[in-house]
Design a binder for this molecule. Structure first.
Ligand code: FPP
Length: 255
């Protein structure tokens, strides 16, 4: 077995089983505002450092052999924030891709976006579309940004599309299975890695906040107190180690 060694917080050597690295890891990046507040900085300073963490974690995830890294960057509910904060968050994809696309290409990382992209400001949409286009031939890890994404909205859209296709004869009601639902969700193009094995939420909050509601049916959930701007390669390894200690039975029993 291949192991990747690292030291934990108390300096003990811990081992990651490289043959059991989760293929799809999803992250609710939370705590940017609190990180900034602790430093008497404006909230957007937390988002700016959070953006650098996105790069660090992307590189670390790619090095570990993760196939898909899905990051919750902006939810359908985040529009409720003050306009200045929303505008800043909408400027981040452009800043991030301007700065890091060459490194993403070097790492063979492919950018994907899921969410209601058409409702984004034009510059944000263009920045995202360019990054997707510039990295489309890459064959390594998929860096999947959830932008203007909401799990319930995604399910409503899928149901509407299924209903349309059944009424126009493309799909029969009897044919509908959970695979059909997979195919109508925004993660369909991530197949065979539609569902994350591991979902991490930073900042100590322990809720799902409308993220990947269908896809996390059997995911292992890891909650960490670390605020997103402080999250690191080691923190990612800690979360994976935690995942590897779990006993995944998918409703069955252990042999
Ligand atoms: C939640 O923290 C964080 C967000 C709503 C935004 C997350 C965005 C980033 C980490 C940067 C994204 C980067 C790119 C490239 C798109 P919060 O503001 O709710 O924190 P709080 O709960 O402490 O207030």
């Amino acid at each position: 077995m291949a192991f990747n060694f690292k030291k934990n917080k108390t300096n003990e050597l811990i081992q990651l089983d490289m043959e059991r690295i989760p293929k799809h890891v999803a992250v609710i990046m939370d705590g940017n505002g609190r990180w900034a507040k602790k430093r008497h900085l404006p909230r957007i300073a937390g988002h700016k450092t959070g953006m650098d963490t996105v790069k660090t974690v992307t590189m670390a995830a790619s090095d570990l052999g993760i196939k898909v890294l899905t990051l919750y960057a902006f939810s359908t509910e985040n529009w409720k924030r003050p306009e200045t904060e929303v505008n800043y968050l909408m400027s981040l994809p452009g800043t991030f891709f301007d700065k890091f696309v060459p490194e993403l290409i070097e790492k063979n990382v492919k950018v994907n976006v899921m969410g209601y992209i058409d409702q984004l400001p034009n510059e944000t949409k263009i920045a995202v579309q360019n990054a997707v286009e510039d990295t489309k031939d890459n064959t390594g890890m998929v860096l999947n940004f959830a932008l203007n994404y909401g799990g319930r909205a995604e399910i409503v859209t899928a149901i509407k599309n299924i209903a349309t296709d059944t009424s126009n004869g493309k799909l029969s009601v009897e044919e509908i299975t959970d695979k059909t639902i997979d195919q109508y969700l925004m993660t369909s193009n991530l197949a065979p890695y539609n569902d994350p094995e591991l979902l991490i939420r930073t900042s100590g909050e322990e809720r799902i906040s409308n993220f990947l509601l269908w896809q996390i049916a059997y995911s292992e959930l890891v909650f960490t107190d670390t605020l997103w701007p402080d999250f690191s390669e080691d923190a990612l390894k800690d979360a994976i180690l935690n995942y590897q200690k779990r006993d995944r039975r998918f409703g069955g029993i252990k042999e």
